[in-house]
Design a protein around this ligand. Sequence first.
Ligand code: NAD
Length: 449
Amino acid sequence: MTQKTPDDTKTSASSIPAARESRTSMLAAGKEFYDFFRVVQDYLDRAGRAIKLEPFVQTIISQPKNELIINFPVKMDTGEVRLFKGYRVQHNNLLGPFKGGMRYHPSVTLDDVKALAAMMTWKSALMRLPFGGGKGGIKFDPHSVSKNELQKITRRFTHALGENIGPEYDIPAPDVGTNSQTMAWMMDTYSNMVGSAQKQSVKGVVTGKPVSSGGTLGRTKATGQGAVYCVIQWAKERGFSLEGSTMTVQGFGNVGSHLAVILSRLGVSTIAVGDHTGYLLNTEGFNPHKLQDYVARNGSIQGYPGGKPITRDEFFATKADIFAPCALENQIGEPEASLLTCRVIVEGANGPCNPVGEKVLLDKGIDILPDVLANSGGVTVSYYEWVQNKRSESWTEEEVDAKLEKAMNRAYKEVSDFSRLKKVDMRIAAYGLALQRLEAVYKEREIFP
Ligand code: NAD
């Protein structure tokens, strides 16, 4: 497939209109505009200075390669035709196919997707995966449509993406608002768009599929599991005992719930949780399995009988050893950071701390295990799924976990060592390592023509 630039993709657009659109709507709603892409650019600048990054490399990776916006119609259950806005941003494919999740959420904007796509490039490079970075999504609330409508929206978007995705070109995965079912629909739609002889060989067009449809054991919990391996390494480094410690978790979806379940086996008690419906406290500790089952059945923590409702401020002020933000970006600004009193923050979510909040946290001596490292277990196990699809293999969960543990421990050590050596925080260290790896390849390959 020929490479596309932002100018020749069929539905490409510059980021400016979408940024203006979201800025306008946020200002109209009386909210401050948060430019997530700008934040990621600033981290890139800081890490670039720390490693004296070649200016030509910085120039290339400061913008995504391709930005697609697709407006597509779907006939809803009532017969009404609704137009949906879908995005796919392909940030970089120097090290391998574009790779990254698909988000279904009403707040999805092109700028956010650009930020998340760039972070996928750093994550793949940091984890030494043969992948680049991409991200996509559809701007709508998946809770507001029926299952039938959800399937039609997913299939129509996949069809509209057409050759812009593919097992050797751009490989989506689940993110906020999507799951293994979404991936099964995407894979099935894509496989119906290729010739009969290719059907079996395109399973790797998405990862995070149900195991019976070509997914891998260990993928559903992989992001939470990877974050747990980071927490274990952090605890070892700090001489901190996880047994008997406490945690608060914002976002009890895929990442947050698995993190809580796995850490509970190590004696970590989750005492406060929150999601888009509100916050709950249980000083005795939640049973994370029961809460996970409840969320699977009811869609949120709302109405869960095992906890006392508290406000968002009370949640952030709850004293605990570990705080795990596992919801959305820009959740911890100055006010939230001032309330927090934990020892460590493990960023299950992408970009949960904004730069002002982050400074307050670091000044307070709170350690931050940054997103690019802490939640990279998802893309790492996605890579294992892709390899299994290519080889028609199925690995045991033990094999997957063992490989993931080794990969996370190595990455943690590299980031921690780099942070000490260069006297930068863990986030800049993670970016720095990723950038060094990209820079080495750009220097070898140079610029075409
Ligand atoms: P999910 O849809 O399974 O869960 C999202 C959770 O966030 C839900 O509990 C939801 O209620 C909560 N939430 C949404 N809006 C909120 C708000 N305004 N306030 C508080 N809570 C809110 O999604 P997920 O896959 O668990 O992803 C969570 C985060 O982890 C995202 O930042 C995502 O990009 C990141 N991440 C996910 C993966 C993965 O493999 N799924 C991998 C890496 C990073």
